[in-house]
Design a protein around this ligand. Structure first.
Ligand code: BGP
Length: 464
């Protein structure tokens, strides 16, 4: 079968400021939670590699953007680093950062790469974490001011804005687990953070609309279609609750202006409802997005806990993971590969959310030690990644044929970048990065992607 995609489809890649920019002592950037955490506990990071000097987009962006254009991208998501633009989180603006981002955006336009710009990718300025981070309502207002500053400084160059990347991950990894700073495990505080993030998002959308800025605005959520172990009622209920906690918690406010009722009921039952106000709920209700970005990596399979947990309320009071015997794994990242999930998500958006304008904002495969796949000419033959893209894109093409309003597909990522605690362990790029020499080399998947993006038709996966 010949899979073609709609005209003007966005083919691109995504990255983020903290994972690609790096920084230099003289560039005026302030410290964010990752810079601070790495300074305090480098041993927690793979090979003790931090975000500062290994990533060099802030120095090398002109060459990097030219290379990304060579692999066929017509669009690219970057993020603005709040701590680079406003080093203390509030107050004075770093003029060097304004020059930097304006030049990045102008260079993208010159190369025919449409900017998709995200305002927040897990990187809270440290001075704001020091006053309570996302638990503090003042930080929500500081974010709205920061968003307005970005719209004002860069709005003429940005057609597509996004408020947050994966807000639920901030809640899960930073307030229910130890994968993100501040590593707090507390359901009540997690709920407050989640509510404040949803509010911060809505306030930014409100600011964008009342300011009369041009372009569109949305949010990027990570969605995992959630499947129960089987059709037994307790497992179906576990899946429903997992879906409310981890998908609908940000999807519903963004697209419907409300929070899922089962989630509200459970938080209330466990005395975990956040502090909120009716006027804030009205802001959330009134500010639905123009476009939705969906990061899709893996499905979620759950079952009901067999024995009630004895510790205080946590999500696993209601659902625990289920290992599907037929699952296919990416062993490096430990994530299931399930291309059909993208079709299921698209159909759900169509039927339950009024078929919003949306795009795949991240999809990709992280693999360790890719050097072993290098051929004689020095190119990584990442055939597995091409197969991964191909399988997901056939599912996406079927969804579009079935009426899904999907307008683009961005891979994670263009050039290998830094991955939080995993640092540079797993590589995702269409272009490899040698950390010692800083040399960039297009992988086999980069050539395949070029063919895809320039013909709008899916090339065969294993073509040599
Ligand atoms: C997403 C994040 C990205 C990126 C990607 C790959 O959840 O938005 O920032 O990191 O996952 O995951 P990882 O880097 O953890 O392998």
């Amino acid at each position: 079968m010949n899979y073609t995609f709609p005209n003007n489809f966005y083919w691109g890649s995504a990255t983020s400021a903290p994972q690609s920019e790096g920084y230099h002592p003289l560039d005026g950037k302030g410290q964010n939670i990752w810079d601070y955490w790495f300074e305090q506990n480098p041993e927690l990071f793979f090979d003790q590699v931090g975000p500062e000097t290994t990533s060099t987009f802030s120095q090398n962006y002109r060459e990097d953007l030219a290379l990304l254009s060579q692999v066929g991208l017509n669009s690219l998501r970057i993020s603005i680093s709040w701590s680079r633009l406003i080093p203390e989180g509030t107050g004075a603006i770093n003029e060097q950062a304004v020059i930097f981002y304006r030049d990045v955006l102008s260079t993208m336009h010159t190369l025919g790469i449409e900017p998709f710009v995200n305002l927040f990718h897990f990187d809270l300025p440290m001075p704001l974490q020091n006053v309570g981070g996302w638990e503090n309502r003042d930080v929500v207002d500081a974010y709205a001011t920061y968003a307005n500053t970005c719209f004002t400084l860069f709005g003429d160059l940005v057609p597509h804005w996004f408020t947050f990347n994966e807000p639920i991950v901030i809640v899960e990894c930073g307030y229910l687990d130890h994968f993100h700073y501040p590593c707090i495990v507390d359901s009540r505080r997690a709920a407050q953070v989640g509510y404040h993030l949803a509010l911060a998002h809505a306030l930014a959308v409100d600011t964008f609309r009342t300011g009369g800025f041009s372009g569109e605005i949305g949010i990027i959520v990570n969605l995992s279609p959630t499947y129960p172990k089987n059709d037994e009622p307790q497992h179906k209920y576990a899946a429903l609750i997992a879906d409310c906690f981890l998908n609908r918690s940000f999807l519903d406010p963004a697209l419907k202006g409300t929070f899922p009722q089962p989630l509200v009921d459970i938080l209330k039952k466990h005395a975990c409802l956040p502090t909120y106000s009716d006027s804030d709920l009205a802001i959330i209700a009134q500010n639905r997005v123009d476009i939705l970005g969906v990061n899709y990596y893996q499905p979620r399979r759950v079952q009901a806990p067999s024995t009630p947990n004895t510790h205080s309320f946590m999500p696993d009071t209601y659902f625990i993971p289920y290992e599907w015997p037929k699952r296919v794994m990416n062993p490096y990242r430990g994530w299931e590969i399930y291309p059909e999930g993208i079709f299921d998500l698209a159909m759900r958006l169509k039927t339950e959310y009024d078929n919003p304008r949306w795009y795949v904002a991240e999809n990709g495969m992280g693999v360790e030690n890719e050097q072993r796949f290098t051929n004689e000419s020095g190119q990584i033959q990442d055939i597995y990644r091409i197969q991964f893209f191909y399988d997901h894109l056939t599912a996406l093409a079927r969804a579009i044929n079935a009426g899904s309003n999907c307008v683009g597909y961005h891979v994670w990522t263009g050039i290998d970048n830094w991955s939080w605690l995993n640092a540079y362990k797993n590589r995702y790029g269409l272009i490899s990065l040698d950390l010692t020499t800083q040399k960039r080399t297009v992988k086999r998947s980069g050539e395949w992607f070029y063919e895809l993006a320039t013909t709008n038709t899916l090339p065969k996966p294993l073509a040599k």
